[in-house]
Design a protein around this ligand. Structure first.
Ligand SMILES: [Mn+2]
Length: 316
C-alpha cells in the first residue's frame, strides 16, 4: 500500500530525482493532459529530464497546448529512469498496456477518492477539483516560473475537471489557483475558443445521442446511449455527451452507456446534488469521484442499464 505523503514531501520527491517517466491515463481528459504537460515543463525548468507517456489516442481538442506534441504513446526505447510519476490515475490499470520499469521509485499525484494506492508514495487531495489544482499549488509554493503554455495547460485542466468552475468540486481554492494562473499568463478566452468549437461530425453524434435520451425512477435518472456507430463517429470525445442526460431538470443521476464491444458496455456516471456515483461505480468494479465516475459492465447496453437502474434506485 502506498505511503501517503504531504505536498512538501511530494515536492522533495521531485527534487531528489533526475530522470522521470510521467504516466497519464488511457481515455485521457483535460485534467490528465494538462497535468502531465505542466509537470513535464516544471521538471524541465528544475533541470530534470522527463518523458511523458499516455498509452492512448489524444483528443484533438487539446492540441492547442503545445507541450502535448511531446507526449509519447509508448515508453521511448533505450531510456532509463530513476522515478515514475503517475498523474490523475486512480489505479494502475488506467496506465494501459505499457511496461513500467520496476525497482524505480514511484509517486502518484491524484485527487480521486477511489485511489488504490498502487505506488510507493501517494500525494492525494480528494477535495481538490483536479490533479492540476495540487500541481499548481505546489509550483506556486516553490515560486517556479511557469511558461504561458504551462499556465494554459493547468488552467485547461482545472477548467475541464470542474465544468469550468460550475461543478460542486469548485472551491475558493480552485478559483484562486485559476486566478494566479491567469496572472502568470493563462488565457481563458484563448482556451474557451479552442474548446467551445465543435465539428460537424460531433453535432451529428449529438443528435444521435439525444435521440436515445430516456428516464427512469420518476425522472431522477437520465439515460443516453452511444451505440457502436456513435462511438465510431466521436467515441474519443464520449465524455462530452454525458451532459445530455445530466442537463435535464429533475435528473439526479445521469448515465451515458457506451458501446465498447459486443456484450461490454462502458458507463459514465454523473450526479447533481446528493447521490454518490463513485460508490455506484465501485459496485460495478469502477470508481471516480462523488459527482463523476465510470465503470465497465460485461453486458449489452440494455441489460447494463437495468442493473445500473436497480442499484441507483437504492441511493435515490
Ligand atoms: Mn482529474
Amino acid at each position: 500500500m502506498a505511503q501517503k505523503i504531504s505536498k512538501e514531501e511530494a515536492f522533495q520527491f521531485l527534487e531528489k530525482h533526475t530522470r522521470f517517466l510521467l504516466v497519464g491515463h488511457i481515455r485521457p481528459d483535460g485534467d490528465d493532459i494538462g497535468s502531465i504537460c505542466a509537470l513535464h515543463n516544471a521538471l524541465e525548468s528544475m533541470g530534470k529530464e522527463a518523458d511523458m507517456v499516455i498509452n492512448d489516442e489524444l483528443p484533438d481538442r487539446f492540441n492547442f497546448i503545445e507541450t502535448t506534441r511531446l507526449i509519447n504513446r509508448d515508453i521511448p526505447e533505450g531510456r532509463t529512469y530513476d522515478a515514475v510519476v503517475f498523474t490523475d490515475l486512480a489505479n494502475r490499470e488506467r496506465a494501459g498496456e505499457i511496461h513500467i520499469p520496476e525497482n524505480v521509485e514511484s509517486l502518484c499525484i491524484d485527487h480521486h477518492v477511489s485511489n488504490e494506492g498502487y505506488t510507493d508514495y501517494l500525494y492525494l487531495r480528494e477535495n481538490y477539483a483536479a490533479t492540476a489544482e495540487l500541481l499548481a499549488e505546489m509550483f506556486f509554493d516553490h515560486g517556479l516560473k511557469l511558461s504561458r503554455d504551462t499556465c494554459n495547460a493547468l488552467y485547461l485542466a482545472l477548467g475541464t475537471d470542474s465544468g469550468f468552475f460550475k461543478f460542486s468540486c469548485t472551491s475558493s481554492h480552485t478559483l484562486l489557483m485559476a486566478s494566479k494562473l491567469v496572472e502568470m499568463g493563462a488565457d481563458p478566452a484563448f482556451i474557451s475558443n479552442h474548446l467551445d468549437v465543435t465539428t460537424a461530425e460531433s453535432m451529428k453524434t449529438y443528435k444521435r445521442v439525444l435521440d436515445t435520451l430516456h428516464f427512469a425512477a420518476d425522472g431522477k435518472i437520465g439515460i443516453a446511449y452511444m451505440d457502436k456507430q456513435s462511438m465510431e463517429m466521436d467515441g474519443i470525445n464520449s465524455d462530452y455527451y454525458v451532459s445530455i442526460p445530466r442537463k435535464v431538470a429533475g435528473v439526479e443521476i445521469a448515465f451515458l452507456l457506451k458501446y465498447q464491444e459486443e456484450n461490454v458496455t462502458r458507463v459514465s456516471l454523473r450526479s447533481r446534488e446528493y447521490a454518490d456515483v463513485s460508490q455506484l461505480a465501485a459496485h460495478f468494479g469502477g470508481g471516480g469521484h462523488v459527482r463523476a465516475a465510470g465503470c465497465t459492465i460485461s453486458l449489452p447496453m440494455e441489460e447494463a442499464e437495468a442493473e445500473l437502474v436497480k442499484e441507483a434506485e437504492k441511493i435515490l
